[in-house]
Design a protein around this ligand. Structure first.
Ligand SMILES: [Zn+2]
Length: 329
């Protein structure tokens, strides 16, 4: 069975090759924006490693018990450490006891730590011990949005697999090949800005697509407001709303990336259906250098957010730098 992953051909080929050659490393770090497919690729890799009857080395059958259990993330040798709300050192230490035991069913134990940037420094240091002296049978799979948010010592112990968003047109075609109606595929691919995992979810969820449209509209509203009103729009963000703040920043980043695209490559511009005019107006109203600076601001803001800065302050700081555009629309 092929890995059935949308895009990421080079990464998949490389991972398959490692399994085929029997040269698997002890730790892999899958890096990319949320929704790009990090966890899916990690899971496929685990299937290739633990499949009971691989049709060929590097592939997996998708039918055997191991393949099905891994697909459902229920395999006895797959250990997922939940990092939502911050990964604590006690959780890592407890997991390490299990990781050190021989595998129960297959050849490897696989530890999957999604969004490992949420680990506290103490937890990351504890994890480092495993990465430095991993048990022979253990494979550690980490995912993160920005490697810069991790301890450099952790990153340097991992094989880093970067997963980038696809071109929106390519993603749209892939969705259509999976039976998604063309109009829905165009919308989902554009809202997801080339992130296949997110696009697949959006393709099946009209309400979520509407929410994305609403968030884009919000950007134009904010741009036409004076600073004090913008700050009021984000003052309700509490420290516990970090995930929500990340979503908002990611959407803002998507808008400004689309503007950037429109400014530099209008032919290949990938505006969501119905948004061409609004993006064009914005692209004409803001100098290119300013767009670049705003994009840098947003990337920096996302990194700050990972380092436990206050969501309200981070969002407010970003909005402070935005131009006020009264004449839009
Ligand atoms: Zn299998």
């Amino acid at each position: 069975m092929p890995w059935d992953v949308i895009g990421h051909e080079a990464a998949v080929r490389w991972l398959q090759q490692q399994v085929r050659r029997g040269r698997v490393h002890h730790a892999y770090l899958f890096v990319g924006p949320p929704g790009v497919g990090r966890r899916t690729v990690a899971r496929r890799f685990a299937q290739a490693l633990l499949c009971e009857q691989p049709p060929e080395p590097g592939a997996f059958c998708g039918q055997c018990r191991a393949c099905r259990q891994l697909e459902a993330e229920q395999h006895p040798d797959l250990h997922i450490l939940d990092t939502t709300g911050g990964l604590k050192v006690a959780a890592v230490r407890a997991a390490q006891t299990t990781w050190n035991l021989s595998p129960r069913a297959g050849r490897y134990r696989i530890a999957l730590l999604p969004e490992v940037q949420h680990a506290t420094p103490a937890a990351a240091n504890a994890l480092l011990k495993t990465l430095e002296e991993p048990p022979e049978h253990l494979i550690v799979l980490l995912t993160a949005s920005e490697p810069e948010a991790l301890l450099p010592t952790v990153v340097s112990r991992c094989e880093v697999v970067r997963l980038r968003p696809l071109a929106v047109a390519q993603l749209q075609a892939a969705l259509q090949a999976r039976g998604v109606a063309p109009a829905v595929a165009a919308e989902a691919a554009a809202w997801a800005q080339g992130r296949p995992g997110l696009a697949l979810r959006l393709a099946q969820d009209p309400e979520a697509r509407a929410a994305y449209a609403e968030e884009w509209r919000q950007v134009w509203t904010l741009l036409q407001q004076p600073l004090y009103r913008r700050l009021r729009a984000v003052e309700g963000f509490t420290p516990s709303q970090r995930d929500r703040a990340r979503q908002v920043l990611t959407q803002w980043l998507a808008v400004w990336r689309a503007v950037w695209h429109m400014q530099w490559a209008p032919d290949a511009a990938t505006a969501p259906p119905g948004w061409e005019d609004a993006l064009q107006a914005l692209a004409a109203a803001v100098p290119r250098e300013r767009t670049r600076a705003l994009l840098d601001d947003l990337l920096e803001a996302l990194a700050h957010l990972e380092r436990y800065a206050s969501p309200r302050l981070v969002l407010g700081a970003v909005l402070t730098a935005w131009p006020v555009l009264e004449e839009l629309e």
